[in-house]
Ligand binder design. Structure first.
Ligand code: HEM
Length: 433
């Protein structure tokens, strides 16, 4: 943050609140994170968080500001600094092993115009709703297998571990052309990639050590790269109609896609595509099992599955933030944001903004949830959103007819992460139809 900013005029967020919003631990407890975000929206909707070990950052908690900043992508860049909030020690480590750059992965999330549009266009056609709809039958087969597995339990299971976790992974890996025997390896790498802050996801020697966490993240990235290097070379020799072949054989600005960017794509799709989706599916079940009448409504009318999924995206919001940095001095919500200032877009907060969603802590599929910001907004808005929604719709279409009732059988457990995560456990008791 620019040094002239150290004047007292900046609204400084109270330490306790700033600590909660920045700390990965807080996101494991809805009772901790959501009141802090609500405090921000009501008292300091755009303020500066100064947390030891982290850069000073603006916390963006209002729905309208998140959308404005995302939309003004020329003013607020994704790739000038780290697109994800990491400790200063973690960033220093990344620079030290990456030639001074924080772009440790050449994926869309770290790109800005014109590079971003050029690389996004490689797959944007593949992810369009019309193209994705053709995959419905292929995906339905996988959904049925998952439902059969759930129904093999005797009325009680962990909806996340025993059901939701594996299905989106199998969908994306099958569309990607990754052989099914390699899926456990992909799942492990993804969980390490996203779960660097959660002690249960970490290799033991790395708990509570930000540099070690960054090292682990980097190590999982290298494992991904070496896996995809081989598969990519194979698809160049023998192209198929899978998504990996589309990327491996693509051209950008008249040149074959470079190795770094191809790998960035593979990793982004392999990782972004399933933890988020399984957590949202679990959020939908959690909401239906907890809030009276919701399960029965969906059961009575399958047309409510899609609104239920939108509400699950809003309410469970598995992506907790992305960062932007300001290209030049500008004004947001009457505050001067200086060049290079970093802003944390707090999606779960936008999704609970009472100005847009009344009674926002309540899971209610009758509200208009589709305008949520769980997929972000603007040019970086989630590339896989139609696929994610299709997968979840099919999953619940296959599941709901087999269930008579569902209730929680214990407390849900959430991942400790300020980036991507959600449910670790969702114990449920169910009656089969
Ligand atoms: C419920 C599931 C999902 C959620 C909640 C989610 C959420 C998000 C969010 C919040 C962003 C950042 C948007 C922004 O910066 O404005 C994003 C970007 C992205 N997502 Fe998703 N996502 C999901 C599923 C998927 C799937 C299934 C795929 C692919 C198979 C995918 C691929 C991507 C990619 C490639 C980007 C980067 C787009 C860019 O920067 O241009 N996501 N997603």
């Amino acid at each position: 943050m620019a040094t002239i900013l150290q004047a007292d005029t900046r609204p400084k967020i109270p330490d306790e609140i700033a600590q909660i919003v920045v700390s990965p631990k807080s996101y494991a407890s809805d009772d901790v994170i959501y009141p802090a975000l609500k405090w921000l929206r009501e008292n300091m909707p755009l303020g500066v968080a100064e947390v030891e070990g982290y850069d000073s950052i603006w916390l963006v908690s209002k729905y309208a500001d998140i959308r404005k900043i995302e939309l003004e992508a020329k003013q607020f860049h994704s790739g000038d600094h780290n697109a994800v909030l990491t400790s200063q020690a973690g960033d220093a480590f990344t620079r030290s092993i990456n030639g001074g750059s924080l772009r440790v992965i050449s994926s869309l999330t770290y790109m800005d115009a014109p590079e971003h549009a050029a690389f996004r266009s490689v797959t944007s056609g593949w992810f369009l709703p019309g193209r994705i709809a053709k995959l419905e039958q292929q995906i339905r087969v996988l959904a049925r297998q998952s439902v059969d597995h759930l129904l093999s339990f005797d009325g009680e299971c962990d909806f996340m571990q025993d059901f939701a976790l594996h299905y989106p992974l199998r969908v994306i890996m099958s569309l990607f052309g990754v052989p099914s025997e390699d899926e456990p390896q992909m799942l492990k790498l993804t969980q390490e990639f996203f779960g660097v802050h959660d002690p249960e996801e970490q290799r033991p020697e790395m708990v509570n050590d930000p540099v070690a966490a960054a090292k682990m993240w980097y190590a999982s990235l290298q494992d991904f790269y070496s896996y995809f290097d081989d598969l990519s070379a194979e698809r160049r020799r023998n192209p198929t109609d899978d998504l990996l072949s589309v990327i491996a054989n693509s051209s950008v600005n008249g040149q074959p896609i470079p190795r770094e960017e191809a790998n960035g794509y593979y990793v982004a799709i392999a990782t972004a595509g399933h933890d988020t989706t399984s957590s949202t599916a679990a959020g939908g079940m959690h909401g239906m099992a907890t809030f009276p009448g919701q399960f029965d409504m969906v059961k009575a009318d399958p047309a409510l599955i899609s609104p239920m999924i939108d509400e699950a995206l809003r309410w469970a919001c598995p992506v907790k933030h992305f960062m932007r940095s300001s290209v030049s001095d500008t004004v947001v919500r009457e505050q001067t944001v200086y060049a290079q200032d970093r802003l944390m877009l707090c999606y779960p907060s936008g999704n609970r903004d009472e100005e847009v969603f009344s009674d926002s802590d309540t899971f209610d599929l009758r509200r208009s949830s589709a305008k949520h910001v769980a997929f972000g907004f603007g040019p970086h808005m989630c590339l896989g959103q139609h696929l994610a929604k299709l997968e979840m719709r099919i999953l619940f279409e296959e599941l709901m007819p087999h269930l008579e009732s569902v209730e929680l059988a214990g407390n849900p457990k959430l991942v400790e992460t300020n980036f991507v995560g959600g449910y670790k456990k969702l114990p449920i008791r169910f009656k089969k139809k």
